[in-house]
Design a protein around this ligand. Structure first.
Ligand SMILES: C[S@@+](CC[C@H](N)C(=O)[O-])C[C@H]1O[C@@H](n2cnc3c(N)ncnc32)[C@H](O)[C@@H]1O
Length: 329
């Protein structure tokens, strides 16, 4: 089902569907969720008119509501239209105030939605840069109207106390019967191809991590290194040969998280083949680095949790099969 308030947008949608040989799309004219009242969906994807502006002239850009109210309203209304476990994904702009942490402005949107929420920030702009970028969409820079229009936008921000505007992707998952989580973090600098699997994978990883009661519980589990993980190291010459100066892990598909890694941890990661318990691998690591097992368990488990959360390590089935478990299992 595809919804738009502008009949012309629906006509373009129909044209694109025909060009792509898609016959299973129903186009409905209407305001936000109004054309689907009473229905639920497994996936809602929206690129709404999220631009924060004093204007209402351009329906593709200006939602016609004060500040970031249109995105807030979509977040508040979407759960009613999601089936259990269903996702909303929305491109979004939000207001950031003063010294406040950027996530504080949006956190409240998700209260009592009955959903887990993950806000991925791509960037933040000060209001002058933001207004200049969007006004340039519709006014030529050379014309007399450009500067007054930017000034008009900036006066609007001043009146509302808006200093910066954040941009990113909101992911919402409806899930009943347990406490909900809210996560706000930075999108990785690089993205490779489609990110749907990475996003769904992180929701599943967080479900799994929430179910782990202790480090000992985690050590009983089986993991599999992601096929998209890559290891890089840089070495310096020494009289005894090359010595590793810096090593890092990176994901080369979807959300491309990366970070420095200790060589011993990198070795543990690559030996996660789904057939040996994490605890066994940590025992071997302790021996290899000459450390006391009990002393390294807490820091290693903390790093493993992070590697699971970011998708470097995938949960294998409890019996220890070699194949990674994916959301389609
Ligand atoms: C940023 S464009 C996105 C267009 C297209 N869906 C896409 O993702 O490329 C925003 C679209 O939202 C439509 N729109 C604006 N206000 C709306 C509303 N209240 N209800 C439904 N659609 C709306 C506009 O007509 C425009 O087509």
């Amino acid at each position: 089902v595809a919804i738009d308030r502008n009949p012309r947008a629906l006509e373009f949608g129909r044209l694109n569907a025909a060009l792509n040989n898609l016959c299973n799309i129903e186009f409905r004219l209407g305001d936000l969720f109004e054309p689907v009242e009473g229905e639920t969906f497994d996936s809602i994807v929206t690129n709404p008119p999220f631009v924060i502006s004093p204007e209402t002239r351009y329906i593709y850009r200006d939602g016609g509501m004060r500040g970031d109210e249109i995105c807030r309203r979509i977040v508040r209304e979407a759960p009613r239209f999601l089936s259990e476990g269903g996702f909303l994904q929305m491109l979004c702009n939000w207001i950031e105030h003063g010294e406040q942490d950027w996530a504080d402005g949006v956190r409240e949107w998700f209260d009592e939605t009955g959903c887990d929420a993950w806000v991925l920030r791509s960037h933040t702009q000060d209001v002058v840069a933001y207004a200049s970028k969007w006004v340039r969409h519709t006014e030529l820079r050379e014309t007399d109207s450009w500067i007054p229009r930017v000034e008009e936008w900036c006066s609007y921000y001043k009146a509302l106390g808006i200093e910066r505007i954040g941009s990113g992707l909101i992911n919402l998952r409806r899930s009943s019967g347990r406490p909900h989580w809210f996560l706000a973090d930075e999108a990785p600098a690089t993205v490779f191809g489609a990110c749907g699997d990475s996003i769904r994978g992180r929701f599943e990883a967080r479900d799994f991590l929430a179910s782990i009661s202790s480090d000992e519980d985690l050590l009983e589990r089986y993991f599999h290194v992601s096929p998209h993980a890559r290891f890089q190291s840089r070495s310096v010459p020494t009289p005894d040969g090359w010595q590793t100066e810096q090593a890092s892990l990176e994901l080369v598909h979807g959300l491309s998280y990366s970070g420095k890694v200790d060589i011993a941890i990198a070795n543990l990661v690559v030996h996660c083949n789904g057939e040996r318990r994490l605890g066994e691998l940590v025992n071997e690591m302790a021996q290899a680095v000459g450390a006391e097992r009990e002393k390294i368990i807490a820091p290693v488990c903390s790093i493993v949790r992070d590697l699971v959360d970011r998708g470097f390590l995938l949960l294998a089935s409890a019996e220890g099969h070699g194949r990674p478990r994916t959301h389609t299992d």
